[in-house]
Each structure stands twice: as structure tokens, then as C-alpha cells.
Design a protein around this ligand. Structure first.
Ligand code: NBP
Length: 477
């Protein structure tokens, strides 16, 4: 028999993805550099479906029906190039290599170009949902040629997560690196979502004076409303967990230094290059970095500032409701920024990405899955050229209703000394965009003063320069 798909790289992700294909009725060839992993998969899960174990690259390739579909699930970076170089010489025209690792989209563009010249389709694919998602249905973001999606799409649709309306959480995102780019921004939005939730927690703790267990209950309630999402759900689980060793809330015994693997940083780096303000995502990345600077934090511990005075009773509960509004409004801004970056990347690289379709495939399987995404999809479906999510009437109205509380929460945070970089960046973004005039006019004046960089006027066409060190008359540049 021959396999409809092959998976090489059988660590947690690859193994579960292979099992997912097999459980959905596909014959799956499996291979791993270290053959013991392949044997372990066959021994433990061989009865879940039809697996064809391959010890060598040649055996693996021979086991695949043509055009071959070969999924690589190895460590991103050099290992991915090494595996491509191992298999590409064994492949033929029209075969498809799928990279499901967390590659940088620029690497994916390079690999796609090089393999295209050798007649091989290369599909860089974002996969979100961790190991559970890989097994039970991830959100899948494939890039690459339309021809490769025609051959691969039906299989991915079968194994992907399904949204509440039954739609598979996979779409052909766009050519070459489009899939990995969208996965990168997905992770950036995930960083921002997590930071905003963390700030809401801190405010409920320090200003409302709630215990972790009480806050868990607040998040459980929020999870039944418009904030309904996987991250809010697991936040309640983490906050209600009690450490077995000490009997203390788990959140109080974990070291407060957040780590990162780099996709959030990539999102911000790209945004800087594209000139897209993703201030919420940037603050989230910086908040994690700051938390890890232990010496700096130690040296700063005695600095002056207020100590939060917790509220109580009805006042605390009213404040908690305001935090929900602030969190929701800030979340709208995060997604606005993330989708702006996708639109900018799409324009820069000619990907023609359908933003509504991206929102749709994030509704299930991935870490940022949320009821909210249905509404983002609806906003883009109603108006594919929507310049910003904030320009959508539904979101604009919701922010209008939330903004009083959003400002009140930030006021309390600032006066009580509770750091809220994510909430504050989101509100500054919102206020900047809605401003009639920005102080950028002054910035332009300064640039013209020290560097003769010129400026444009509000009342006339053209570029101008003021002779600052002479008589301050204005000349056309
Ligand atoms: P790892 O990222 O830990 O990679 C381990 C696999 O890579 C093993 O199969 C290993 O083979 C293989 N490998 C390495 Br390392 N170097 C190799 C080389 N030079 N040649 C051949 N094989 C090599 O596995 P993972 O956590 O399952 O993740 C797989 C990919 O999926 C990564 O790119 C990851 O970023 C991405 N991803 C992970 C998650 C997640 O939640 N973990 C989610 C989404 C995406 P060996 O057994 O012989 O050492």
C-alpha cells in the first residue's frame, strides 16, 4: 500500500499530527531521524489507523503516493534546511513539501523559491494549538501555490479544528511565506491578549483587593460573555489552582519572570520594518523582557510610588466590571493592530490575504480562539477594504460604550501605581487615531529646524523649509 501523506519529525507535534491524519482515515508514512521514535509511535499508537513506518529517507519517499505530500515537523531553523536537503533530491516534479514548524516567513520565502526552481512545491504552514491541537484539530495556516493547496487542502480540512458553525479552521492564506507570516502575527496577538489578561488580573488583585480564587470566578463569569475565549478559560483554571506543596495559590509560588520563544519579537520587528504601530504587541513583548531583568528590578525596588489601597464590597465589584470594559476595549485595539500588520504584509509581499478568512480560521483550534473572532470575520466580510477594525460600526460603538470605564481603570492604575502598559498603549493608540491634530506637526517643525528635513503645509501643496538661522522666511523646497 502507499501513503497519502507522510510526516517526518516525530516529537510531540509531528507524532500527534501523524496520529490525527491516521485517525481521519489517511494512510500515513512516518519517519524520524532517530528511528526509535518511529518505532515507539507504531508500538503505542499503531492501532489508531494505517501507519507505514520508514527507517530511511528513501523508504519514506517510496512509501508515498504521487504527487507526494511530505510534512516536516522538526525544530525550526537549520534542522528544517537539513531535512529539506535530505529529501528534496529524492522527490519529483509536482511533489509537495509542507513545513509545519514555526519558521520565520522570510526563511519560508527563500525555501519556496529554491524548491520551486527544482519543480517542488513548498508549503510553509502555520499550525497553532500546541500538542493537543495537533492531535484533535489545530488551526492551520498554509501558504504556497494554489496548485499545492488543491492537492493538500482536502486533507488539512479533514484534520483541522472546526469552528462552532462546522467550518474547517484552515484556508489557503496566500503564496510563499503568507501562512507563516499570519502564524507569526497570530502569536503576536496571543502575546498581547495574555498581557492584557495579566494586567486585568493585577488590577483585580491590587485595586479590587480580590484573592486569586475570587479572580478565577470573575474570569469564569467573563468567559460566558463577549470575552469568551480559550485564554480567559485557562486563566480561570490557573488562578484557581492551589500549589500542593505549600497550600498557597499556584500563581503566588511561580517565579514572576515570563519567557518567550521569539515569535512575538518577530511580529514587532516586522511591524517596525513595515511601519505599522503594533504598540500593544510591543508592550507585551517588553513586559516579558522586563520581568526577566531581575537585577534591574532588585535595584529599583525601593523607588518612590504609591501603594495600592484595595477597595472593598460594592466598590470593588463595580471596579471589576470596569476592568471588563477596559480589557474588552484594549483587546479590540490589539486585534486592530494585528490585522493592520497582516494587511501591510499582504500589500508588501503581494499576498492578497483575505482578512475575514484569517479571522474565520482562528475561531477554533488555536490559542487565541474566541467568540469575538466571529465578529471580526463579519466586519471584514461586510467590508473587505475596511481600513481598520476600529472603523467597523459594531466595534466603534462598543468602544464608545466602554471608553468611560477604560479611562477610569487607567486613572486608578496610574494613581495607585499599578503598571498597565498594555491597557495604556491601547488607549493611547485609540486617542491618537481619533485626534483631529497630532503633535506630529511640532515634530516636523523640529526636524526642519535641526536638519532642514522640510514639511508640508495644511493650506498649500508642496514641500517647504523655514530659514531658521536666517530671517525665518519660508522657501519652497
Ligand atoms: P522540536 O522542535 O523539539 O524538534 C524535535 C524534532 O526535530 C525531532 O523529531 C528531532 O529528531 C528533529 N530534528 C532536529 Br532537533 N534536528 C534534526 C536534523 N538535523 N535532522 C532531522 N531531524 C532533526 O519538536 P516539536 O516540539 O514537536 O515541534 C516541531 C515543530 O513544530 C517546531 O518547529 C515547533 O516550533 C513547531 N510547533 C510547536 C508547537 C508546540 O506547541 N510544541 C506548536 C506549533 C508549532 P530526533 O528525534 O532525531 O532528535
Amino acid at each position: 500500500t502507499s501513503a497519502q501523506i507522510g510526516v517526518t519529525g516525530l516529537a510531540v507535534m509531528g507524532r500527534n499530527l501523524a496520529r490525527n491524519f491516521a485517525r481521519n482515515g489517511y494512510a500515513v508514512a512516518v519517519h524520524n531521524r532517530t528511528a526509535s521514535r518511529t518505532r515507539a509511535l507504531l508500538e503505542e499508537f499503531g492501532d489508531e489507523g494505517e501507519f507505514i513506518g520508514a527507517e530511511t529517507a528513501a523508504e519514506f519517499v517510496a512509501a508515498l503516493e504521487r504527487p507526494r505530500r511530505l510534512v516536516i515537523m522538526v525544530k525550526a531553523g537549520d534542522p528544517t534546511d537539513a531535512v529539506i536537503e535530505e529529501f528534496a533530491p529524492l522527490l519529483e516534479d509536482g511533489d509537495v513539501i509542507i513545513d509545519g514548524g514555526n519558521a520565520h516567513f522570510a526563511d519560508t520565502r527563500r525555501r519556496e523559491r529554491e524548491l520551486r526552481e527544482r519543480g517542488i512545491h513548498f508549503v510553509g504552514t502555520g499550525i497553532s494549538g500546541g500538542e493537543e491541537g495537533a492531535l484533535h484539530g489545530p488551526s492551520i495556516m498554509p501558504g504556497g501555490s494554489a496548485e499545492s493547496y488543491a492537492s493538500l487542502g482536502p486533507l488539512l480540512e479533514k484534520i483541522s479544528a472546526k469552528a462552532a458553525d462546522g467550518a474547517p479552521c484552515v484556508t489557503h492564506v496566500g503564496p510563499d511565506g503568507a501562512g507563516h507570516f499570519v502564524k507569526m502575527v497570530h502569536n503576536g496577538i496571543e502575546y498581547a491578549d495574555m498581557q492584557l489578561i495579566a494586567e486585568a488580573y493585577q488590577l483585580l488583585r491590587d485595586v479590587a483587593g480580590y484573592s486569586p480564587a475570587q479572580i478565577a470566578e470573575v474570569f469564569r463569569t467573563w468567559n460566558t460573555g463577549r470575552l469568551d475565549s480559550y485564554l480567559i478559560e485557562i486563566t480561570a483554571e490557573v488562578l484557581s489552582h492551589v500549589d500542593a506543596a505549600t497550600g498557597k495559590p499556584f500563581v503566588d509560588v511561580v517565579a514572576d519572570q515570563a519567557e518567550q520563544k521569539g515569535t512575538g519579537r518577530w511580529t514587532v520587528q516586522l511591524a517596525l520594518e513595515l511601519g505599522v504601530p503594533v504598540s500593544g504587541i510591543a508592550e507585551a513583548v517588553f513586559a516579558r523582557s522586563l520581568s526577566g531583568h531581575t537585577a534591574l528590578r532588585e535595584a529599583s525596588r525601593g523607588l518612590a510610588g504609591p501603594t495600592a489601597q484595595p477597595l472593598s464590597g460594592a466598590e470593588a465589584d463595580a471596579f471589576a466590571d470596569q476592568v471588563e470594559q477596559a480589557l474588552y476595549a484594549s483587546k479590540i485595539v490589539s486585534y486592530t493592530q494585528g490585522f493592520h500588520e497582516i494587511a501591510a504584509g499582504s500589500a508588501e509581499y503581494d499576498w492578497n490575504i483575505d482578512l475575514g478568512a484569517v479571522a474565520a480560521i482562528w475561531r477554533g483550534g488555536c490559542i487565541i480562539r474566541a467568540a469575538f473572532l466571529d465578529r471580526i470575520r463579519a466586519a471584514y466580510d461586510a467590508r473587505p477594504d475596511l481600513p481598520s477594525l476600529l472603523a467597523d460600526e459594531t466595534f466603534a460603538t462598543e468602544i464608545a460604550e466602554a471608553q468611560h470605564d477604560w479611562r477610569a481603570v487607567l486613572g486608578a492604575a496610574i494613581s495607585q501605581g499599578v503598571p498597565t502598559p498594555g491597557f495604556a498603549a491601547a488607549l493611547a493608540y485609540y486617542d491618537s487615531l481619533r485626534a483631529d491634530r497630532l503633535p506630529a506637526a511640532l515634530t516636523q517643525g523640529q526636524r526642519d529646524y535641526f536638519g532642514a528635513h522640510t514639511y508640508r503645509r495644511t493650506d498649500r501643496e508642496g514641500s517647504f523649509h523655514t530659514l531658521w538661522s536666517e530671517d525665518r522666511s519660508e522657501v519652497q523646497a
